[in-house]
Design a protein around this ligand. Sequence first.
Ligand code: XMP
Length: 312
Amino acid sequence: MFNPETFIEEKVKELREEIKGKAIIACSGGVDSTVAAKIVEMAIHENLLVVFVDTGFMRKNEAERVEKIFKNLGFNYRILDSKEDFLSSLRNVVDPEKKRKIIGAKFIEIFEKVAKEFRAEYLVQGTIAPDWIESGGGLRDTIKSHHNVGGLPEEMKLKLVEPLRDLYKDEVRKIARYLGIENAERQPFPGPGLAIRILGEIDDEKLEIVREANAIVEEEVENFYDFDSRPWQYFAVLLPIRSVGVHGDKRAYGFTIAIRMVESLDGMTAAYFKPSYELLDRIATRITTEIKKVNRVVYDITNKPPGTIEWE
Ligand code: XMP
């Protein structure tokens, strides 16, 4: 049985030996990077700088929420507003792997700058086992380039520290619960964020739509099911196609939102969740009334494999 207390104790000791200087971590506020940051912070205190990069691809009210968590955890932190920078670098980009590469490169560019300013010698990452296994870590072929494994430029000369490398999600959640980290029960959210939940080219309008739709899905699912009966992941995807519908007494040409809800243990395989029709009804009604540019909502009934969890 995995014991979070023993894991933390041993890791903190190990990290004190390993890190002989300043370190930096990009923390998304998700459970993996927050737990990684907290464990390293317990080892080296203010010598760790926790950075939240606001890419503009985050969920509704995310930056405020994350800052609150950082404050509560007593982190030495910085919040960087890089929204414009990310969006302009993705103009005209349609291919999902390209999107991931560009986002990864941008992250690293911003990071390099902050790391230099802070004089960090170490880079902490919240990589967990499924991330590197799926990124072609030797066990399987490369499925996709997860940005948090996506390669650090050699010239950066930062030493990589990955305290959660051998853990699976449920173990990370156990540590988070043990440490009283308030996002322990949150569903996983991909590093590139909403950028991979808009199929095709990204722009402000589409970001706004998918952000709102996603907030509705999260709110309705969380009101409908208590934590134990909720799906493992539940979110909205914006499709790049438009179709005809009616708004009031007028025919309107609108976007389609796909709803994805899955059951999974660690994201490696997944089964589509069978939600109540009442819940689907509420979600579809709210999305099509509150987001005028959407006139169609569909539900994804694909397992992984053959589908992935994200659409991209
Ligand atoms: P897929 O779509 O490959 O996703 O079935 C498996 C799980 O991984 C999440 N995911 C990511 N997590 N960085 C992350 O930290 C990423 O780049 C990334 N891409 C996908 C996805 O949400 C699902 O939980």
